[in-house]
Design a protein around this ligand. Structure first.
Ligand SMILES: [Zn+2]
Length: 461
């Protein structure tokens, strides 16, 4: 019925969100007070630590109280017995528009990630961008990801930017829209900075509490030194945070010395996020630490031919390092548990056992440090009274987590998978319950995404 309503209405032209579910609810009724009872509380709040059995009261979209034996008249009660309650995961770099390209990236230089996005990117319509982003966000919620950094490096028009933002608003997840350039933009052409300013003004007017804005820049190695300088300076004038990739290619990295170049130009700082930093030198790490520049690592993408980032030296130097999904065009599903596990094992494979990076550090990177990276330390990333209620419940009694010995919860979580995520709240709104997305028509979303991907492939030849 939903499908018929969609196809016959004006909504078909603009891919109205209501038919995919959730959007109407997002702007309609707020959830009443909710009381989660008797869960293992993995708060990620240093002052609170873990509470083996505790309650959380969610009210007006925030964590109103945490403790033992809480009560609140009229609250909806969720039994947390046998579950871990923890902050939702925070992704800090994700090319959501790539979600229509799943399965198209191969394992050779000709069929790899970059040739694929360069081939298909120019054929995207704003509706493709909208659908890809909705698909990514639905997968995010499924996996317990409650904040994203939508690193949009194929904004082909103002309509594309608006489609991305509409998808983020309709998807109900907290996040930053990283406004990037279109695939195929010549190296000497600046990205559309006037439209970036327009989006900044639009967002300020609309007062979208879950959304923020940043710039996703190509940097010197993907544009030119002059272009990069122009873009960095213009975005800083706008007062927006900047994210930029550092190539995973060792030879290119040595040639461009991105971090040293940015340092010399005064373009490092707590408003700057460097992605991957796989080939960061000791001198680079020192520059990052001194300038309080952030780093986002994506173990899945990095394992695909880039290398392993120097996570321990960066963390030891005091660099804020967070975790990111990167994309799902590469063979990947959205699975923060797998990413944490992968990072731990990659570091062990390179450095041997005894690495100071274990489950607790991985969890922190995937929650609180991600929130700090995106400028949300007071808002998300831990179960802390007064923060917004972005939190998840993970079932410990599922087959893959039900070890007889149990043991440390953070170690158990390294064996978890998105299917174990029972419940997801973002800003106090229930987006997943009993293992199922709330108010998202998954069949409809998947059907539309498949149809759009098929058309995209045929347009791209
Ligand atoms: Zn990336």
């Amino acid at each position: 019925m939903r499908r018929r309503a969609l196809l016959s209405g004006a909504a078909a032209a603009s891919l109205g969100a209501a038919s995919l579910g959730f959007a109407g609810r997002a702007h309609g009724q707020a959830n009443p007070a909710t009381l989660i009872r008797g869960a293992y509380l993995l708060t990620m709040d240093d002052a609170l630590g873990d509470l083996p059995s505790g309650d959380i009261l969610i009210e007006d979209g925030r964590i109103a109280a945490i403790g033992a034996s809480l009560s609140r008249e009229g609250a909806t009660v969720i039994d947390g017995t046998g579950m871990v309650a923890m902050p939702g995961f925070v992704d800090t770099h994700w090319h959501m528009w790539n979600s229509l390209l799943r399965g198209l990236v191969g394992g050779t230089p000709q069929t790899g990630y970059f040739p694929t996005i360069q081939k298909f990117g120019p054929h995207y319509t704003p509706d493709d961008t909208y659908l890809a982003t909705r698909l990514a966000l639905a997968e995010a919620v499924t996996a317990g990801v409650t904040t994203v950094h939508n690193w949009a490096h194929n904004v082909r028009s103002p309509q594309d930017a608006d489609a991305s933002l509409r998808a983020m608003k309709d998807g109900g997840v907290r996040g930053r829209f990283g406004y990037g350039s279109a695939q195929g933009t010549p190296p000497d052409r600046l990205q559309d900075l006037a439209d970036l300013a327009r989006v900044k003004a639009d967002l300020a007017r609309q007062a979208q509490p879950l959304l923020s804005l940043g710039a996703a820049l190509r940097g010197p190695q993907m544009s030119s030194l002059e272009t990069s300088r122009g873009e960095f300076a213009a975005v800083r004038q706008l007062g927006l945070p900047i994210s930029v990739h550092m190539t995973g290619n060792a030879e290119v990295s040595a040639r461009f010395k991105v971090i040293q170049t940015l340092a010399q130009d005064g373009f490092l700082g707590p408003d700057i996020q460097i992605i991957h930093a796989v080939h960061a030198t000791p001198q680079d790490i020192e520059a990052l630490a001194q300038s309080r520049t952030h780093v986002s690592v994506s173990p899945n993408a990095e394992a695909a031919g880039m290398g392993v980032p120097p996570v321990n030296p960066m963390r030891a130097a005091g660099v804020l390092v967070s975790l990111s999904i990167d994309n799902t065009a590469l063979p990947a599903s959205v699975d923060p548990f797998a990413l944490m596990r992968q990072l731990i094992t990659l570091l062990q494979a390179r450095d041997g056992l005894g690495s100071p990076f274990g489950p607790r550090q991985a969890l922190r990177m995937a929650t609180l440090d991600g929130a700090r990276d995106l400028g949300l330390p007071e808002v998300a990333g831990s179960l802390t009274q007064g923060k917004r209620a972005d939190l998840i419940l993970v079932r410990l009694r599922d087959l893959n987590l039900s070890a007889a010995g149990q043991g440390h919860v953070e170690r158990l979580l390294m064996a978890a998978q998105p299917a174990n995520v029972d419940t997801v709240f973002v800003d106090g709104r229930l987006l997943k319950r009993g293992g199922k997305l709330v108010d998202v028509d998954v069949d409809e979303l998947v059907s539309r995404a498949r149809a759009a991907a098929a058309k995209l492939v045929s347009r791209a030849g």
